[in-house]
Design a protein around this ligand. Structure first.
Ligand SMILES: [Zn+2]
Length: 189
């Protein structure tokens, strides 16, 4: 039905769905608190089953369809109601689950620069990965491009890892994530 015009793209991004991202809507989100603007981008890593790539487990978790019988770990987590705004697969594919203007449920108990409940004021990006293997080159390329777009939409955003906002509780994006590969430096809390 014709190409996507620049105007379509701008309007779509105003609504918080980024053009070019594959859209899979998650029910796990709500409104940001009144007056809360986006000031932080949180980098995560996830793989389901743990340390396995390429399956549909993350999609199922974020859409409340994870089969508790499919894997022992799924029995522990299938009840969770979680999401992130974005997910970047090993091949660099970008998937969006929640509009950026809404509050996704990715950070849990967390704090950044003395402010708690980071979901209120952050965007969550999950990389398909784990603590024991390097990330794929294509993921760094896709993440860097996404960060450029988000920093245009939300100027001055800080960038941090989940382990920075929930130290002692979370390790992701993990020791193999190379912050120096990004055009934007990681911020210190
Ligand atoms: Zn995380």
């Amino acid at each position: 039905m014709g190409g996507v015009t620049k105007m379509d793209e701008q309007e779509s991004e105003t609504c918080g769905w980024l053009a070019g991202a594959r859209q899979i809507e998650s029910p796990n989100f709500d409104a940001r608190p009144e007056g809360a603007s986006v000031s932080l981008i949180v980098i995560h890593a996830i793989s389901l089953p743990p340390d396995e790539f390429g399956g549909s487990g993350v999609f199922e978790l974020f859409t409340n369809r994870l089969d508790s019988a499919a894997h022992p770990y799924y029995a522990e987590i299938h009840h969770l109601r979680v999401s992130s705004h974005f997910f970047i697969r090993r091949d660099g594919e970008l998937i969006q689950f929640v509009p950026t203007g809404c509050r996704a449920w990715h950070a849990g108990a967390s704090a950044w620069r003395g402010r708690e409940c980071c979901n209120d004021f952050s965007i969550g990006i999950e990389l398909e990965g784990c603590d024991t293997l390097p990330f794929d080159e294509r993921q760094y390329v896709a993440l860097d491009a996404l960060l450029r777009r988000l920093r245009l939409l939300y100027p001055g955003c800080d960038i941090a890892g989940h382990s920075d906002i929930a130290p002692g509780r979370k390790t992701d994006p993990g020791p193999f994530f190379d912050w120096a590969r990004l055009s934007f430096p990681k911020n210190e809390g």
